[in-house]
Design a protein around this ligand. Structure first.
Ligand code: NAD
Length: 477
């Protein structure tokens, strides 16, 4: 049986499912291919983000933060909590429930927008009469579909190290690390990037002794210098043992755990004994069995599908979005590309300013930024001024007991245009949205400083940092 569509989207993660919805809103007949199966063997929409990424990790983040604040912060509020303990199985089942609600939510959105979910693996098989052919296999007989346009949104998968086989039991990638059945006494993490720091923090809060081994000599090299220093101070104070410039050697089983031979930055041989290991050394684009060659496409040397600024591949009518193309591997970047491509297909003229895509690291405190860092501005020879304001001087932050961190605004020396905003704070992921809006509208630091902000709120720190960047005139600092 063959099915005909205006648009076939391959992949139903944030890039693909959002592209499918926007295209359906614009009147297209859309089929979306997705092969994901959850641990119960059921087909599921949502991709990595909803099933084994952003959403489940935020559920565990909240549970582990609640446990930590009961043990360490409640007493400051005059609340005594005795005998707090962790039921990991219940915590995991709460997380699984949230994932289930979210993935079912997308099924509802597909029905509402009359999008056909093509369950199985999608593969390009060629063209016929100017239309693209996609074979969907996995559920019963393979089905052949065709469409005038195709969006490839197949995402990415965890990068593994050749000598460290991931079994998602003892040695985990992001998937296994979100399903560990009991709190490991000693947890090793390879890679101090977003996933390593985020999941290392979750398990530390639940009681693990966490050691992170990072290959680079610098901590969080992509972040602004001031943020890097503050984050290092906060994370090491919390008890994360982070070793930079580490070279990983042999990993062997020892008893019920693992023994990791590594060399420190001074060249000395070291051994890390741990009960579990998380390998979080980046992700690679996923193009397995996609049939790119059948339509004359190929990946670049790093495995990405080459696209232009409008996510057009070399074959007109085939587009690619999200982790499978250049740019940061972030769900919100994939979503925006999905919307852009659907609107381009519909003849509209959307545009993404990649400089205005925010970055977030969900540690505690969180880290978020948008635009340029101090290092990038200096390297570009751009003259700038900066303003910084601490949460320790904000009444709301003191009231909630989360007063670590600051907002830092970088603005053009001559025009006062905001060039970058960098936040370390408990709610940085929400606070950064104001800075993104400001930068999209080419606001000046003074513009942010002149806008009324609610009191008492954490957002006042954004205003104070903007005022600090505008002639050093913070009001409360
Ligand atoms: P990452 O690129 O953030 O960090 C990987 C780290 O591992 C780097 O610091 C790298 O230097 C280090 N590393 C690489 N090889 C190593 C080795 N052999 N030994 C020791 N260290 C080594 O990658 P990640 O943390 O795995 O995350 C993957 C992707 O997922 C990222 O691109 C990220 O943007 C995305 N993601 C984003 C979020 C978010 O937005 N909060 C959350 C999760 C994942």
């Amino acid at each position: 049986m063959s099915q005909t569509f205006d648009l076939i989207v391959i992949g139903a993660g944030p890039g693909g499912y959002i592209a499918a919805i926007r295209a359906a809103q614009l009147g297209m007949k859309v089929g979306c291919v997705e092969q994901w199966r959850n641990p119960r063997g059921e087909a599921a929409l949502g991709g990595t983000c909803l099933n084994v990424g952003c959403i489940p990790s935020k559920a565990l983040l909240a549970s582990s933060e609640m446990f930590e604040s009961m043990q360490h912060d409640a007493a400051d509020h005059g609340i005594s909590v005795k005998g707090a303990s962790v039921d990991v199985a219940k915590m995991m089942s709460r997380k699984d429930g949230i994932v289930g609600k979210m993935t079912k939510g997308i099924e509802f959105l597909f029905r509402k927008n009359k999008i056909t979910w093509l369950k199985g693996h999608g593969r390009l098989t060629g063209t016929r009469d100017g239309r693209f052919l996609v074979e969907v296999s996995g559920e019963g007989d393979a089905v052949s579909c065709d469409a005038a346009q195709v969006i490839l949104a197949t995402g990415s998968k965890a990068r593994h190290l050749p000598s460290i086989p991931v079994d998602n039991q003892l040695i985990c990638d992001n998937e296994g690390a979100l399903a560990i059945g009991e709190v490991p006494k000693r947890l090793g993490v390879i890679g101090a990037g977003v996933i390593g720091l985020e999941l290392g923090s979750v398990w530390r809060r639940l009681g693990s002794e966490v050691t992170i081994l990072e290959a680079l000599p610098e901590f969080l090299a992509a972040a602004d210098e001031a943020v890097r220093k503050e984050a290092w101070k906060q994370f090491t104070k919390q008890g994360l043992a982070i070793h930079l410039g580490a070279r990983i050697g042999e990993v062997t089983r020892s008893g019920k755990g693992l023994s990791i031979a590594w060399t420190d930055s001074a060249g000395a041989a070291q051994t890390l004994e741990c009960d579990r290991l998380i390998v979080s050394v980046g992700r690679v684009p996923n193009t397995d069995g996609l049939g790119l060659d059948a339509v004359g496409l190929a990946t670049d040397a790093r495995g990405f599908i080459p696209v232009d600024e409008g996510c057009r591949t070399a074959v007109p009518g085939i587009w690619a979005v999200g982790d499978v193309v250049r740019g940061p591997m972030l769900a919100h970047k994939a979503e925006d590309e999905g919307v852009m491509v659907a609107e381009l297909i519909a003849g509209q003229k959307p545009h993404i300013d990649y400089n205005c895509i925010p970055w977030v690291i969900y540690t505690s405190p969180e880290i978020a930024w948008v635009g340029q860092t101090e290092q990038q501005l200096k390297a570009a020879g751009r003259s700038f001024k900066s303003g910084q304001f601490p949460f320790a001087a904000n009444g709301r932050a003191l009231g909630t007991g989360a007063s670590a961190g600051f907002v830092r605004v970088l603005a053009c020396d001559t025009t006062d245009e905001v060039l970058g905003v960098h936040i370390v704070a408990s709610n940085a992921s929400d606070l950064i949205a104001e800075a993104v809006l400001a930068m999209e509208f080419k606001a000046s630091a003074e513009d942010i400083g002149r806008i009324c902000h609610p009191h008492p709120s954490l957002s006042e720190v954004m205003r104070e940092a903007a005022l600090a960047a505008t002639d050093n005139r913070a009001l409360n600092g």
